[in-house]
Design a protein around this ligand. Structure first.
Ligand code: NAP
Length: 360
């Protein structure tokens, strides 16, 4: 099969580098174009990331000598590839304008940025949860009069740690009505150089700007209904989130208490639902889909970031410590890899879903 050509905009950053590595030898996609700010434009990729290559191993040979393009030169970038992954570190308004320019030119954008997550006709995708939100793309294209181009985004890097387990219960007939979530978020979620060592060694920072708002609102849109006007957030789930930064390199842990309406499952029923849960990416056999999206650890002191973040090649969620809660019904700990499932891996899974559904 001839591979689909891909551009990565923001290719020199933390998430961009993860894309470059995860896409090496991808069976469907081939990186033919890398773009970043004007600071890097014109340099070979290996030179542009010299001294700030954060991945294990070398820069993939097929990308090392590509000349970095200016991401704002939309026509030139679009002329080289079928679609782009977007992971640019810019202000929200600037990101929205840039991604819209790509879409207007006919280039699909698979974004990691938060700028479009609240745009009603832009799907915020977790393919195991809301593949049906792809239906909003037709509305988006009609609203803008775009031909072929569109924008889809992935949610904040912490959301999947608790939303995939909660969604699995809802699809089995047990909708969760209240969630209290305390996030313990790894350092890589802040990008590079991120939090100063003097702030985080021997410490926990109990505030991450903007994260609680995203953790409380994005799940409602992800589980919302699609109509001809876009996506309406669900209105019968209440979330209280507390987001902290902890001295862990990769991995976002969620300590979760959940309350059900009626009916309420038993503990063994919850475990069975999680163990058996599969969804659209597994049915479609998408290359990056973990065979089991939810892994259950019954060891009392797991999941732990260092030991469990690479479950399912970094694409699975590990849950553990499921037990009754004295305030809501049950509590558990969910863990996922924030720069794989929570960033580039999640974006690639979104693109695989788009390709499988004939949208690329
Ligand atoms: N880190 C995570 O775990 C994570 C998870 C999910 C989502 N995200 C989101 O993904 C995006 C990138 O995050 P990151 O951690 O990779 O940031 P980063 O390491 O700071 O990288 C930012 C990238 O954006 C490029 N850039 C900056 N200003 C630009 C401009 N004016 N025009 C074009 N390109 C520009 C940079 O290029 P230069 O090298 O030329 O400056 C670089 O390639 C952010 O929106 C972030 O919120 C991050």
């Amino acid at each position: 099969m001839e591979k689909i050509t891909v551009g990565v905009i923001g290719a020199t950053g933390m998430v961009g580098q993860q894309y470059i590595c995860l896409l090496e030898n991808h069976p469907w996609f081939e990186v033919v174009c890398v773009a970043a700010s004007q600071r890097c434009a014109g340099k070979p990729y290996r030179e542009a990331v010299d001294g700030r290559w954060h991945m294990h191993g070398d820069i993939p040979a097929a990308v090392a000598n590509l000349t970095v393009m200016d991401a704002s030169d939309v026509d030139a970038v679009s002329g080289r590839c079928r679609f782009v992954f977007s992971a640019v570190g810019m202000g929200k308004q600037a990101v929205r304008e840039l991604e819209n320019r790509y879409a207007a030119g006919g280039t699909p954008v698979v974004s990691n940025n938060s700028a479009h997550r609240t745009t009603p006709d832009v799907p915020v995708l977790i393919p195991e949860v809301n593949a049906y939100h792809l239906d909003a793309i037709a509305t988006q294209q009609a609203n803008h009069d775009w031909d072929g181009g569109f924008v889809v985004v992935k949610p904040n890097c912490s959301v999947q740690s608790y939303l995939i387990p909660v969604h699995a219960l809802a699809t089995a007939g047990y909708p969760v009505r209240s969630l209290v979530v305390t996030m313990l978020q790894g350092l890589s979620g802040a990008g590079y150089p991120g939090v100063s060592a003097l702030d985080i060694v021997d410490n926990i920072v109990p505030f991450i700007s903007g994260e609680e708002e995203k953790s409380e609102s994005e799940p409602l849109k992800i589980m919302g209904a699609v109509s001809g006007r876009g996506i309406a957030p669900m209105d019968n789930l209440t979330i209280s989130a507390h987001c902290t930064r902890v001295p862990v390199l990769d991995g976002h842990s969620a300590c979760v208490s959940m309350g059900f309406g009626d009916p309420k499952p038993g503990l063994e029923e919850i475990e069975r639902i999680w163990r058996e849960f599969t969804s659209v990416p597994q049915d479609l056999k998408l290359p990056s889909a973990p065979p089991r999206p939810i892994m259950i650890s019954t060891v009392p002191d797991r999941p732990q970031p260092r030991k469990d973040r690479l479950a399912g090649k970094g694409m699975a969620i590990t849950v553990g410590r499921l037990r009754p809660c004295n305030v809501l019904d049950y509590r558990f700990v969910g863990l996922s890899h924030n720069t794989i499932r929570g960033a580039a891996g999640g974006g690639i899974l979104n693109a695989e879903l788009l390709k499988a559904r004939g949208l690329l």
